[in-house]
Design a binder for this molecule. Structure first.
Ligand SMILES: CCCCCCCC(=O)SCCNC(=O)CCNC(=O)[C@H](O)C(C)(C)COP(=O)(O)OP(=O)(O)OC[C@H]1O[C@@H](n2cnc3c(N)ncnc32)[C@H](O)[C@@H]1OP(=O)(O)O
Length: 177
């Protein structure tokens, strides 16, 4: 029986001609990834983003109720995903496609659901193709820190995803071990 996993992979036309450096954005300036592009909104709840003159990127985020973990607080996976998303947008805001190579998250306080929080992200340093990026999530108003994150993003050329598709096809044609 054929399953979803067996379906031949066809080129994804949504990205045709895209260099991935200038993705579609919402009215709030939020860069949309593949599935969020289709949904027309950031499904993680990032509502606004901007880069200021000093190199800080600012994000307004609200944890959706369907990401609740404990009562009225976010699942930790949501917090990690949002930090990945926001920190990873810093190269994009500088017109550079990159992918997450490493991510470390400190969960300082539970994050309330259905309540706006703020994420600030900045570049600590750059070495070769590596961007060392850090950030923190804080409560609004007041600014109490809820989470901190840091990681390494590696700049990629637009052929990154095509090369991955070819690599995947090679893995599939190699068969089971
Ligand atoms: C809006 C549309 C855009 C969508 C963007 C979406 C972004 C994402 O979703 S990211 C998703 C999660 N991340 C991923 O999928 C990444 C998966 N990993 C990879 O693709 C590869 O391991 C990758 C690219 C990180 C490194 O590949 P690799 O073949 O090792 O690259 P290579 O050319 O040898 O190394 C490149 C650089 O990365 C460094 N590097 C590689 N891996 C790591 C690592 N884990 N930690 C730190 N540095 C690393 C190398 O030292 C090298 O540095 P330099 O250029 O300064 O010499």
């Amino acid at each position: 029986m054929r399953t979803d996993d067996d379906r031949p992979r066809t080129p994804d036309r949504r990205w045709a001609g895209s260099d991935f450096q200038d993705p579609p954005r919402t009215g709030g300036g939020v860069a949309l990834c593949g599935a969020c592009h289709a949904a027309g909104r950031c499904r993680l709840g990032v509502q606004r983003e901007r880069l200021d003159d000093t190199g800080n990127a600012w994000f307004h985020v609200t944890c959706p109720r369907d990401q609740e973990g404990g009562p009225n607080v976010a699942h930790g996976g949501w917090t990690a995903a949002v930090m990945d998303e926001c920190l990873g947008h810093v190269p994009l805001l500088n017109r550079t496609l990159s992918v997450t190579a490493e991510l470390s998250v400190s969960f300082v306080k539970p994050v309330p659901v259905d309540r706006p929080v703020q994420v600030r992200a900045w570049v600590d340093r750059r070495e070769g193709s590596r961007w060392y990026i850090a950030g923190e999530m804080s409560l609004l108003p007041g600014g109490a820190v809820l989470a901190r994150a840091s990681g390494i993003w590696v700049a990629r050329d637009p052929g990154h995803f095509d090369r991955h598709e070819k690599w995947l096809a090679q893995q599939d044609s190699a068969g089971s071990p």
